[in-house]
Design a protein around this ligand. Sequence first.
Ligand code: SF4
Length: 475
Amino acid sequence: MFEDIPVEVGIVHEGERIRQQQMHVEFGGPKVPNKFELVQMKAPKDVKDGKVTVVGKGLADFEARSRAPIAIIFHVAGKKMEKDLEPVLERRIHDFFNYVEGVMHLNQRYDIWIRVNKEDVKKGLTLEHLGKITIQLMKQEFKFIEKMEAFIYTDEKDIESRIKSAREIYEARDARARTLTDDEVDEFYGCILCQSFAPIHICVITPERMALCGAISWFDARASARIDPEGPNFVIEKGEVLDAGKGQYSGVDEAVDEKSGGVTKEIYLHSMFGLPHTSCGCFEAIVFYIPEIDGVGLVNREYMETCVNGLKFSQMAEQTGGGEQTEGFLGTAVEYFRSKKFLQGDGGWTKVAWMPKVIFDSIVDFIPEEFKDKIATEDVKNLKGLKSFLEEKGHPLAQAWAKPVEEEIPAEAPAPAASEIVPVTASPATLMQVPAGAPAMTLPAMTVPGGGGFKFTFKNARIYADKVIIQKAKE
Ligand code: SF4
Protein backbone atom coordinates (compact mmCIF):
# COMPACT_ATOMS: atom_id res chain seq x y z
CA MET A 1 0.00 0.00 0.00
CA PHE A 2 2.86 2.41 0.80
CA GLU A 3 5.58 1.11 -1.56
CA ASP A 4 6.36 4.62 -2.81
CA ILE A 5 6.80 6.05 0.71
CA PRO A 6 10.46 6.12 1.86
CA VAL A 7 9.70 5.37 5.57
CA GLU A 8 7.58 2.76 7.32
CA VAL A 9 3.89 3.40 7.97
CA GLY A 10 1.93 1.46 10.58
CA ILE A 11 0.24 1.51 13.96
CA VAL A 12 3.50 0.26 15.48
CA HIS A 13 4.90 3.82 15.17
CA GLU A 14 2.05 5.42 17.11
CA GLY A 15 3.27 6.92 20.37
CA GLU A 16 6.81 7.56 19.04
CA ARG A 17 8.27 10.69 20.63
CA ILE A 18 10.60 12.98 18.61
CA ARG A 19 12.94 14.95 20.85
CA GLN A 20 14.29 18.38 19.93
CA GLN A 21 17.76 16.98 19.13
CA GLN A 22 16.25 14.48 16.67
CA MET A 23 13.87 16.82 14.88
CA HIS A 24 14.42 18.39 11.51
CA VAL A 25 11.38 20.64 11.70
CA GLU A 26 8.59 21.40 14.14
CA PHE A 27 5.25 22.66 12.82
CA GLY A 28 2.96 24.46 15.25
CA GLY A 29 3.36 23.72 18.95
CA PRO A 30 3.35 26.19 21.83
CA LYS A 31 5.95 28.53 20.30
CA VAL A 32 4.20 28.96 16.93
CA PRO A 33 0.95 30.94 17.11
CA ASN A 34 -0.54 30.10 13.70
CA LYS A 35 -1.35 26.46 13.00
CA PHE A 36 -4.49 24.42 12.36
CA GLU A 37 -5.95 21.36 10.69
CA LEU A 38 -9.40 21.13 9.17
CA VAL A 39 -11.60 18.69 7.27
CA GLN A 40 -14.30 20.13 5.03
CA MET A 41 -17.09 18.34 3.18
CA LYS A 42 -17.35 19.35 -0.50
CA ALA A 43 -19.40 18.45 -3.56
CA PRO A 44 -17.79 15.54 -5.48
CA LYS A 45 -17.15 17.72 -8.51
CA ASP A 46 -14.96 20.02 -6.35
CA VAL A 47 -12.61 17.31 -5.06
CA LYS A 48 -9.67 15.92 -7.06
CA ASP A 49 -9.29 12.49 -5.51
CA GLY A 50 -5.83 11.72 -4.14
CA LYS A 51 -4.32 15.09 -5.09
CA VAL A 52 -1.99 16.80 -2.56
CA THR A 53 -1.04 20.47 -3.01
CA VAL A 54 1.81 21.90 -0.93
CA VAL A 55 2.16 25.69 -0.90
CA GLY A 56 5.33 27.08 0.70
CA LYS A 57 8.51 25.37 1.86
CA GLY A 58 8.74 21.57 1.78
CA LEU A 59 10.45 19.51 4.51
CA ALA A 60 13.89 19.54 2.86
CA ASP A 61 13.77 23.35 2.45
CA PHE A 62 13.89 23.91 6.21
CA GLU A 63 17.13 24.11 8.16
CA ALA A 64 17.65 21.50 10.87
CA ARG A 65 15.63 22.22 14.05
CA SER A 66 13.42 24.85 12.42
CA ARG A 67 10.01 25.95 13.64
CA ALA A 68 7.25 26.87 11.22
CA PRO A 69 3.50 27.53 10.99
CA ILE A 70 1.29 25.05 9.15
CA ALA A 71 -2.26 24.65 7.85
CA ILE A 72 -3.48 21.19 6.82
CA ILE A 73 -6.83 21.12 5.03
CA PHE A 74 -8.58 18.05 3.62
CA HIS A 75 -11.60 18.19 1.30
CA VAL A 76 -13.83 15.10 1.44
CA ALA A 77 -16.77 13.97 -0.71
CA GLY A 78 -19.09 10.96 -0.68
CA LYS A 79 -22.82 10.20 -0.96
CA LYS A 80 -22.95 9.09 2.70
CA MET A 81 -20.66 11.85 3.99
CA GLU A 82 -22.34 14.17 6.55
CA LYS A 83 -21.28 17.56 7.86
CA ASP A 84 -21.24 16.11 11.41
CA LEU A 85 -18.50 13.71 10.33
CA GLU A 86 -16.01 16.48 9.52
CA PRO A 87 -14.70 16.76 13.12
CA VAL A 88 -14.56 12.97 13.46
CA LEU A 89 -12.33 12.65 10.38
CA GLU A 90 -10.33 15.66 11.52
CA ARG A 91 -9.54 13.96 14.83
CA ARG A 92 -8.13 10.95 12.94
CA ILE A 93 -5.41 13.09 11.28
CA HIS A 94 -3.71 12.80 14.66
CA ASP A 95 -3.69 8.98 14.44
CA PHE A 96 -2.66 8.69 10.83
CA PHE A 97 0.23 11.18 11.03
CA ASN A 98 1.45 9.23 14.05
CA TYR A 99 1.49 5.99 12.02
CA VAL A 100 4.39 7.44 10.00
CA GLU A 101 7.84 6.43 11.28
CA GLY A 102 9.68 9.49 12.63
CA VAL A 103 6.61 11.76 12.72
CA MET A 104 4.96 12.96 15.93
CA HIS A 105 1.53 14.66 15.94
CA LEU A 106 -0.06 16.10 19.08
CA ASN A 107 -3.42 17.75 19.77
CA GLN A 108 -6.04 19.00 17.32
CA ARG A 109 -7.71 21.98 15.63
CA TYR A 110 -5.70 25.19 16.28
CA ASP A 111 -3.47 23.44 18.84
CA ILE A 112 -1.53 21.04 16.60
CA TRP A 113 2.14 20.28 17.18
CA ILE A 114 3.98 18.16 14.61
CA ARG A 115 7.63 17.10 14.55
CA VAL A 116 9.46 15.31 11.72
CA ASN A 117 12.82 13.73 12.50
CA LYS A 118 16.08 14.23 10.59
CA GLU A 119 16.25 10.63 9.33
CA ASP A 120 12.90 10.96 7.55
CA VAL A 121 14.09 13.99 5.62
CA LYS A 122 17.37 12.23 4.71
CA LYS A 123 15.33 9.29 3.40
CA GLY A 124 13.28 11.68 1.23
CA LEU A 125 9.97 12.00 3.11
CA THR A 126 7.95 15.02 1.94
CA LEU A 127 4.79 16.84 2.97
CA GLU A 128 3.14 15.42 -0.17
CA HIS A 129 3.82 11.94 1.22
CA LEU A 130 2.13 12.86 4.53
CA GLY A 131 -0.93 14.08 2.62
CA LYS A 132 -1.08 10.92 0.50
CA ILE A 133 -0.63 8.58 3.48
CA THR A 134 -3.46 10.30 5.36
CA ILE A 135 -5.79 10.13 2.35
CA GLN A 136 -5.11 6.42 1.85
CA LEU A 137 -5.57 5.55 5.53
CA MET A 138 -8.77 7.60 5.78
CA LYS A 139 -10.27 5.93 2.71
CA GLN A 140 -9.30 2.51 3.99
CA GLU A 141 -10.91 3.15 7.39
CA PHE A 142 -14.00 5.11 6.27
CA LYS A 143 -15.57 3.49 3.24
CA PHE A 144 -18.03 6.36 2.83
CA ILE A 145 -15.20 8.61 1.63
CA GLU A 146 -15.31 8.50 -2.15
CA LYS A 147 -12.95 11.38 -2.90
CA MET A 148 -10.38 13.17 -0.78
CA GLU A 149 -7.88 15.94 -1.54
CA ALA A 150 -5.23 17.65 0.63
CA PHE A 151 -3.81 21.19 0.84
CA ILE A 152 -0.80 21.91 3.07
CA TYR A 153 0.45 25.47 3.63
CA THR A 154 3.71 26.41 5.37
CA ASP A 155 3.96 30.15 4.60
CA GLU A 156 2.82 32.50 7.36
CA LYS A 157 0.77 34.73 5.03
CA ASP A 158 -1.20 31.76 3.58
CA ILE A 159 -2.00 30.50 7.05
CA GLU A 160 -2.92 33.90 8.49
CA SER A 161 -5.44 34.47 5.71
CA ARG A 162 -7.15 31.11 6.41
CA ILE A 163 -7.01 30.70 10.19
CA LYS A 164 -9.83 33.18 10.88
CA SER A 165 -12.34 31.23 8.80
CA ALA A 166 -11.10 27.94 10.35
CA ARG A 167 -11.77 29.36 13.82
CA GLU A 168 -15.25 30.45 12.70
CA ILE A 169 -15.94 26.89 11.55
CA TYR A 170 -14.81 25.43 14.92
CA GLU A 171 -16.97 28.00 16.74
CA ALA A 172 -20.04 27.20 14.60
CA ARG A 173 -19.65 23.49 15.42
CA ASP A 174 -19.41 24.24 19.15
CA ALA A 175 -22.33 26.68 19.06
CA ARG A 176 -24.55 24.00 17.50
CA ALA A 177 -23.72 21.60 20.30
CA ARG A 178 -24.82 24.27 22.83
CA THR A 179 -28.42 24.06 21.58
CA LEU A 180 -29.02 20.78 23.46
CA THR A 181 -28.92 19.85 27.13
CA ASP A 182 -27.99 16.58 28.85
CA ASP A 183 -31.58 16.22 30.09
CA GLU A 184 -33.03 16.39 26.57
CA VAL A 185 -31.29 13.28 25.25
CA ASP A 186 -31.57 9.60 26.16
CA GLU A 187 -28.09 8.68 25.03
CA PHE A 188 -24.60 9.94 25.59
CA TYR A 189 -21.58 8.78 23.57
CA GLY A 190 -18.21 7.35 24.49
CA CYS A 191 -14.82 7.62 22.79
CA ILE A 192 -11.84 5.32 23.32
CA LEU A 193 -9.60 6.70 20.59
CA CYS A 194 -6.98 7.77 23.11
CA GLN A 195 -6.64 4.32 24.66
CA SER A 196 -3.59 3.83 22.42
CA PHE A 197 -1.63 5.93 24.93
CA ALA A 198 -3.99 6.10 27.95
CA PRO A 199 -5.31 2.51 27.95
CA ILE A 200 -8.00 2.90 30.62
CA HIS A 201 -9.32 6.29 29.52
CA ILE A 202 -12.83 6.81 28.14
CA CYS A 203 -14.32 10.15 27.21
CA VAL A 204 -18.02 10.45 27.99
CA ILE A 205 -19.45 13.00 25.57
CA THR A 206 -22.75 14.67 26.42
CA PRO A 207 -24.46 17.76 24.98
CA GLU A 208 -23.19 19.76 27.96
CA ARG A 209 -19.80 18.12 28.25
CA MET A 210 -17.71 18.32 25.09
CA ALA A 211 -14.90 15.73 24.75
CA LEU A 212 -11.85 16.99 26.57
CA CYS A 213 -9.79 17.29 23.38
CA GLY A 214 -12.33 19.93 22.30
CA ALA A 215 -12.70 18.20 18.94
CA ILE A 216 -15.76 15.95 19.33
CA SER A 217 -19.19 17.19 20.38
CA TRP A 218 -22.25 15.06 21.12
CA PHE A 219 -23.45 15.54 17.51
CA ASP A 220 -20.06 14.49 16.10
CA ALA A 221 -19.86 11.40 18.30
CA ARG A 222 -23.42 10.45 17.33
CA ALA A 223 -22.61 10.71 13.62
CA SER A 224 -19.45 8.67 14.10
CA ALA A 225 -21.18 5.94 16.14
CA ARG A 226 -23.94 5.66 13.53
CA ILE A 227 -21.64 5.33 10.55
CA ASP A 228 -19.10 3.07 12.25
CA PRO A 229 -20.69 1.25 15.23
CA GLU A 230 -17.55 -0.87 15.69
CA GLY A 231 -15.31 2.22 15.74
CA PRO A 232 -13.97 4.29 18.66
CA ASN A 233 -17.28 6.13 19.29
CA PHE A 234 -20.20 4.23 20.80
CA VAL A 235 -23.62 4.79 22.35
CA ILE A 236 -23.93 5.03 26.13
CA GLU A 237 -27.47 4.62 27.46
CA LYS A 238 -27.89 7.13 30.28
CA GLY A 239 -29.75 4.72 32.55
CA GLU A 240 -30.87 5.91 35.97
CA VAL A 241 -29.85 9.31 37.32
CA LEU A 242 -27.85 8.54 40.48
CA ASP A 243 -26.76 12.10 41.28
CA ALA A 244 -28.24 14.91 39.21
CA GLY A 245 -25.94 17.60 40.63
CA LYS A 246 -22.64 15.83 40.13
CA GLY A 247 -23.82 14.12 36.96
CA GLN A 248 -23.76 10.43 37.81
CA TYR A 249 -25.74 7.97 35.68
CA SER A 250 -25.98 4.19 36.03
CA GLY A 251 -25.52 3.68 32.26
CA VAL A 252 -22.39 5.81 32.20
CA ASP A 253 -20.91 3.90 35.13
CA GLU A 254 -21.59 0.58 33.39
CA ALA A 255 -19.94 1.76 30.16
CA VAL A 256 -16.92 3.22 31.95
CA ASP A 257 -16.48 0.04 34.00
CA GLU A 258 -16.62 -2.13 30.88
CA LYS A 259 -14.40 0.00 28.64
CA SER A 260 -11.76 0.61 31.31
CA GLY A 261 -11.48 -3.11 31.96
CA GLY A 262 -12.97 -2.64 35.42
CA VAL A 263 -10.40 -0.05 36.55
CA THR A 264 -12.80 2.91 36.70
CA LYS A 265 -16.11 1.90 38.22
CA GLU A 266 -18.01 5.17 38.53
CA ILE A 267 -17.61 8.76 37.42
CA TYR A 268 -19.17 12.15 37.95
CA LEU A 269 -19.54 14.18 34.77
CA HIS A 270 -19.73 17.53 36.55
CA SER A 271 -17.51 17.31 39.60
CA MET A 272 -13.72 17.13 39.98
CA PHE A 273 -13.83 15.48 43.40
CA GLY A 274 -14.73 12.02 44.61
CA LEU A 275 -15.21 10.27 41.28
CA PRO A 276 -13.95 12.68 38.61
CA HIS A 277 -13.97 12.00 34.86
CA THR A 278 -10.58 10.68 33.75
CA SER A 279 -8.20 12.65 31.50
CA CYS A 280 -6.04 11.13 28.73
CA GLY A 281 -3.45 13.67 27.58
CA CYS A 282 -5.22 15.64 24.83
CA PHE A 283 -7.15 18.02 27.08
CA GLU A 284 -7.27 21.62 25.93
CA ALA A 285 -7.29 22.96 29.48
CA ILE A 286 -6.91 21.99 33.13
CA VAL A 287 -9.09 22.89 36.08
CA PHE A 288 -6.88 22.83 39.19
CA TYR A 289 -7.94 22.95 42.81
CA ILE A 290 -6.31 25.62 45.00
CA PRO A 291 -6.67 24.32 48.56
CA GLU A 292 -5.48 27.57 50.17
CA ILE A 293 -8.69 29.29 49.02
CA ASP A 294 -10.94 26.25 48.50
CA GLY A 295 -11.38 27.44 44.91
CA VAL A 296 -10.20 26.51 41.43
CA GLY A 297 -8.09 27.95 38.66
CA LEU A 298 -8.38 27.30 34.92
CA VAL A 299 -5.46 27.18 32.49
CA ASN A 300 -5.29 26.49 28.76
CA ARG A 301 -2.58 24.49 27.00
CA GLU A 302 -1.09 27.53 25.24
CA TYR A 303 -0.45 29.41 28.48
CA MET A 304 3.29 29.06 29.01
CA GLU A 305 3.71 31.11 32.19
CA THR A 306 3.58 29.89 35.77
CA CYS A 307 0.03 29.80 37.11
CA VAL A 308 -1.10 31.37 40.37
CA ASN A 309 -0.47 28.08 42.24
CA GLY A 310 3.24 28.13 41.27
CA LEU A 311 2.89 25.40 38.61
CA LYS A 312 3.00 25.52 34.83
CA PHE A 313 0.47 23.80 32.56
CA SER A 314 3.05 21.16 31.65
CA GLN A 315 3.69 20.33 35.33
CA MET A 316 0.00 19.99 36.05
CA ALA A 317 -0.56 17.99 32.85
CA GLU A 318 1.70 15.24 34.24
CA GLN A 319 -0.55 15.07 37.28
CA THR A 320 -3.78 15.23 35.29
CA GLY A 321 -3.32 12.81 32.36
CA GLY A 322 -2.86 9.08 31.94
CA GLY A 323 -6.48 7.96 32.26
CA GLU A 324 -6.65 7.72 36.05
CA GLN A 325 -9.16 9.48 38.27
CA THR A 326 -7.22 12.36 39.82
CA GLU A 327 -9.11 14.46 42.32
CA GLY A 328 -8.25 18.13 42.17
CA PHE A 329 -6.96 18.14 38.58
CA LEU A 330 -9.35 17.81 35.66
CA GLY A 331 -8.54 17.86 31.94
CA THR A 332 -11.30 19.53 29.93
CA ALA A 333 -12.17 21.23 26.66
CA VAL A 334 -12.27 25.03 26.81
CA GLU A 335 -15.85 24.61 25.54
CA TYR A 336 -16.78 22.96 28.86
CA PHE A 337 -16.26 26.36 30.56
CA ARG A 338 -19.21 27.59 28.45
CA SER A 339 -21.46 24.77 29.67
CA LYS A 340 -24.33 25.53 32.05
CA LYS A 341 -23.32 22.38 33.91
CA PHE A 342 -19.67 23.44 34.32
CA LEU A 343 -18.56 21.85 37.63
CA GLN A 344 -22.08 22.22 38.98
CA GLY A 345 -21.44 19.46 41.54
CA ASP A 346 -18.65 21.54 43.10
CA GLY A 347 -20.33 24.94 43.10
CA GLY A 348 -19.67 25.94 39.48
CA TRP A 349 -18.64 29.58 39.02
CA THR A 350 -18.78 30.28 42.75
CA LYS A 351 -15.48 28.35 42.97
CA VAL A 352 -13.55 29.93 40.07
CA ALA A 353 -10.84 32.32 41.24
CA TRP A 354 -8.19 32.60 38.50
CA MET A 355 -7.55 32.05 34.79
CA PRO A 356 -5.31 33.54 32.06
CA LYS A 357 -6.81 36.57 30.31
CA VAL A 358 -6.90 34.77 26.99
CA ILE A 359 -9.40 32.24 28.36
CA PHE A 360 -11.33 34.92 30.23
CA ASP A 361 -11.81 36.87 26.99
CA SER A 362 -12.85 33.80 25.03
CA ILE A 363 -15.56 32.74 27.52
CA VAL A 364 -16.57 36.09 29.03
CA ASP A 365 -20.09 35.89 27.55
CA PHE A 366 -20.68 32.64 29.43
CA ILE A 367 -19.43 33.77 32.86
CA PRO A 368 -22.37 34.77 35.09
CA GLU A 369 -22.50 38.56 35.33
CA GLU A 370 -21.96 38.64 39.11
CA PHE A 371 -18.56 36.90 38.83
CA LYS A 372 -17.05 38.77 35.88
CA ASP A 373 -15.17 41.33 37.99
CA LYS A 374 -14.30 38.85 40.75
CA ILE A 375 -12.02 36.49 38.82
CA ALA A 376 -8.29 37.22 38.78
CA THR A 377 -6.09 36.81 35.70
CA GLU A 378 -2.29 36.73 35.26
CA ASP A 379 -1.91 40.19 36.80
CA VAL A 380 -2.30 38.26 40.06
CA LYS A 381 0.79 36.07 40.24
CA ASN A 382 0.71 34.28 43.58
CA LEU A 383 -1.60 33.01 46.27
CA LYS A 384 -1.05 35.93 48.60
CA GLY A 385 -2.06 38.31 45.83
CA LEU A 386 -4.99 36.08 44.93
CA LYS A 387 -6.36 36.10 48.46
CA SER A 388 -6.14 39.89 48.63
CA PHE A 389 -7.82 40.20 45.21
CA LEU A 390 -10.70 37.91 46.18
CA GLU A 391 -11.23 39.71 49.48
CA GLU A 392 -11.17 43.12 47.82
CA LYS A 393 -13.67 42.03 45.15
CA GLY A 394 -15.99 40.30 47.62
CA HIS A 395 -15.69 36.90 45.90
CA PRO A 396 -17.94 34.27 47.53
CA LEU A 397 -14.80 32.27 48.33
CA ALA A 398 -13.49 35.11 50.50
CA GLN A 399 -16.88 35.47 52.14
CA ALA A 400 -16.75 31.77 53.03
CA TRP A 401 -13.37 32.22 54.79
CA ALA A 402 -14.76 35.08 56.78
CA LYS A 403 -17.47 32.87 58.34
CA PRO A 404 -16.50 31.84 61.86
CA VAL A 405 -15.77 28.13 62.05
CA GLU A 406 -17.24 26.47 65.12
CA GLU A 407 -14.53 24.98 67.21
CA GLU A 408 -14.79 21.23 67.50
CA ILE A 409 -14.49 19.84 71.01
CA PRO A 410 -12.36 16.72 70.65
CA ALA A 411 -13.49 13.55 72.33
CA GLU A 412 -11.63 13.02 75.54
CA ALA A 413 -8.43 11.15 74.92
CA PRO A 414 -5.21 11.08 76.85
CA ALA A 415 -2.80 13.62 75.37
CA PRO A 416 0.65 12.29 74.58
CA ALA A 417 3.27 13.23 77.11
CA ALA A 418 5.22 16.29 76.02
CA SER A 419 8.46 14.32 76.11
CA GLU A 420 7.07 11.89 73.53
CA ILE A 421 6.18 14.49 70.93
CA VAL A 422 8.82 15.36 68.37
CA PRO A 423 8.31 18.95 67.22
CA VAL A 424 8.15 19.39 63.48
CA THR A 425 8.41 22.79 61.91
CA ALA A 426 7.61 23.53 58.31
CA SER A 427 8.27 26.68 56.39
CA PRO A 428 5.10 28.80 56.21
CA ALA A 429 5.49 29.00 52.46
CA THR A 430 5.09 25.27 52.06
CA LEU A 431 2.33 24.66 54.55
CA MET A 432 -0.95 23.97 52.81
CA GLN A 433 -3.96 25.27 54.68
CA VAL A 434 -7.14 23.59 53.62
CA PRO A 435 -10.26 25.52 54.56
CA ALA A 436 -12.86 23.75 56.68
CA GLY A 437 -15.21 21.70 54.58
CA ALA A 438 -12.88 21.47 51.60
CA PRO A 439 -13.18 18.17 49.77
CA ALA A 440 -10.44 15.58 49.96
CA MET A 441 -7.87 16.05 47.22
CA THR A 442 -4.84 14.49 45.63
CA LEU A 443 -1.75 16.54 46.20
CA PRO A 444 0.90 17.13 43.59
CA ALA A 445 4.40 15.92 44.46
CA MET A 446 5.32 18.04 47.48
CA THR A 447 8.18 18.03 49.95
CA VAL A 448 7.84 19.70 53.33
CA PRO A 449 11.19 20.60 54.82
CA GLY A 450 11.38 19.70 58.50
CA GLY A 451 13.15 21.79 61.08
CA GLY A 452 14.86 18.85 62.78
CA GLY A 453 16.14 16.85 59.85
CA PHE A 454 12.77 15.40 58.82
CA LYS A 455 11.70 15.23 55.21
CA PHE A 456 8.17 14.26 54.14
CA THR A 457 7.54 13.53 50.48
CA PHE A 458 3.92 13.24 49.37
CA LYS A 459 3.58 11.90 45.86
CA ASN A 460 0.06 11.43 44.49
CA ALA A 461 -0.97 11.07 48.11
CA ARG A 462 -4.55 11.06 49.35
CA ILE A 463 -4.64 12.17 52.95
CA TYR A 464 -7.75 11.86 55.07
CA ALA A 465 -7.07 12.71 58.68
CA ASP A 466 -8.73 14.65 61.47
CA LYS A 467 -5.46 14.83 63.36
CA VAL A 468 -1.84 13.76 62.79
CA ILE A 469 0.40 13.13 65.80
CA ILE A 470 4.08 12.38 65.29
CA GLN A 471 5.63 10.57 68.23
CA LYS A 472 9.16 9.49 68.90
CA ALA A 473 9.43 5.71 68.66
CA LYS A 474 10.25 4.04 71.95
CA GLU A 475 13.73 2.43 71.87
S1 SF4 B 1 -9.77 13.10 23.96
FE1 SF4 B 1 -11.54 11.78 24.20
S2 SF4 B 1 -12.94 12.33 22.54
FE2 SF4 B 1 -10.95 13.19 22.03
S3 SF4 B 1 -10.05 11.61 20.75
FE3 SF4 B 1 -9.33 11.20 22.85
S4 SF4 B 1 -10.78 9.74 23.71
FE4 SF4 B 1 -11.71 10.61 21.84
